[in-house]
Design a binder for this molecule. Structure first.
Ligand code: ADP
Ligand code: MG
Length: 304
């Protein structure tokens, strides 16, 4: 459904994306993993029209969509979730959802002049739809809560809810689990699975939590240094020599234990998750906060 061909995005001398090629299958939940600085967020930003690529192409259903603006991609059902903007924090959760669909009559002058009734009806429909979305996500009890008061995980659910207010075909989620507790992360995972199975959503998910990836994603694509290293099931990825080296920054060939190597990204937990090393694999692994605590100059929007 989405094909990325030889994509480059350079920032001055920094090659954030350096010749990435990949395909996202319709109806899949594709995982995108890789060490910090691998170029995952930049790849999202280019696909989603936030950045023009330096070179390369992005195709959606065979159409060249390279460099289209986010609103044009939105019209084609391609959606990237955004953090709830500051100014919407004082609005209720329900209002945040009702804001999403574009083109309501009430926003157009002619509509305002000629059909108050139609506007009232649309608002009512929107409200019904918003409440359905909240029920689906099991946060209907939060409908009247100020969005700014939500926990990190609840905000992620609301972001997912915003994609449900439009007929999204493909949704990009960047580090949905960062700073989210396990229970809410499971709820988010449930919602993603149900949206995929019951409504045919395609997802591309960047996440450091390998349990989350294991539960949801097939295939998994691993990036490092701006390129795609490997694609396959998570087990295949974990066994891939290049992937292990990318996470560790040093070959494993002569090393009996992954934990003995020092990863360049300052994150033993991330390495352990990929290698499956039982010594360091434990409750410490891969919380987004831990991974993000590593030095990372990444300035992806969703990380901001
Ligand atoms: N706006 C930007 N300006 C300059 N360098 C950037 C910018 N965005 C990302 N980079 C650099 O590109 C590389 C990839 O970053 P990013 O896409 O955020 O990686 P990831 O999401 O995999 O951690 C990093 O080295 C980062 O510093
Ligand atoms: Mg990122």
């Amino acid at each position: 459904m989405i094909v990325v061909e030889g994509l480059h995005k350079h920032f001055g001398g920094a090659r954030a994306v350096d010749g990435a090629s990949l395909a996202i299958r319709q109806g899949s939940i594709t995982g995108l993993i890789g060490p910090n600085g691998a170029g995952k967020t930049t790849l999202f930003n280019v696909i989603a029209g936030e950045h023009a690529p330096t070179s390369g192409r992005v195709l959606l259903g065979g159409d060249d969509i390279t460099g289209l603006a986010p609103h044009e991609l939105f019209e084609r059902g391609l959606l990237r979730t955004f953090q709830i903007a500051h100014e919407f924090g004082s609005m209720s959760v329900r209002e945040n959802l009702m804001m999403v669909p574009g083109g309501q009559s009430g926003e157009r002058l002619l509509g305002a002049l000629f059909s108050r009734r139609r506007i009232a009806r649309e608002e009512r429909d929107l409200r019904v739809r918003a409440d359905e979305v909240l029920a689906f996500l099991t946060i209907d009890h939060l409908a009247d809560e100020r969005a700014g008061n939500l926990s990190g995980g609840q905000k992620k659910l609301l972001e997912l809810g915003r994609t449900m207010m439009v007929d999204a075909r493909i949704v990009f989620l960047d580090e949905v689990g960062a700073g989210v507790n396990r229970t809410l992360l499971n709820t988010i995972g449930d919602a993603i699975l149900r949206l995929n199975r019951e409504r045919g959503y395609t997802f591309v998910v960047i996440e450091h939590d390998m349990d989350f990836i294991a539960r949801l994603c097939d295939p998994v694509i691993c990036m490092a240094e701006g390129r795609v290293l490997a694609e396959g099931t998570l087990d295949e990825i974990k066994a891939n020599e290049q992937v292990i080296e990318a996470y560790l920054g040093t070959g494993l060939k002569n090393r009996p234990r992954a934990a003995s190597a020092v990863p360049p990204y300052g994150d033993v937990a991330a390495s352990a998750a990929v290698t499956g090393d039982p010594v360091v694999r434990g409750p410490i692994m891969l919380s987004g906060a831990r991974v993000r605590a590593a030095p990372d100059a990444g300035t992806g929007l969703a990380d901001a």
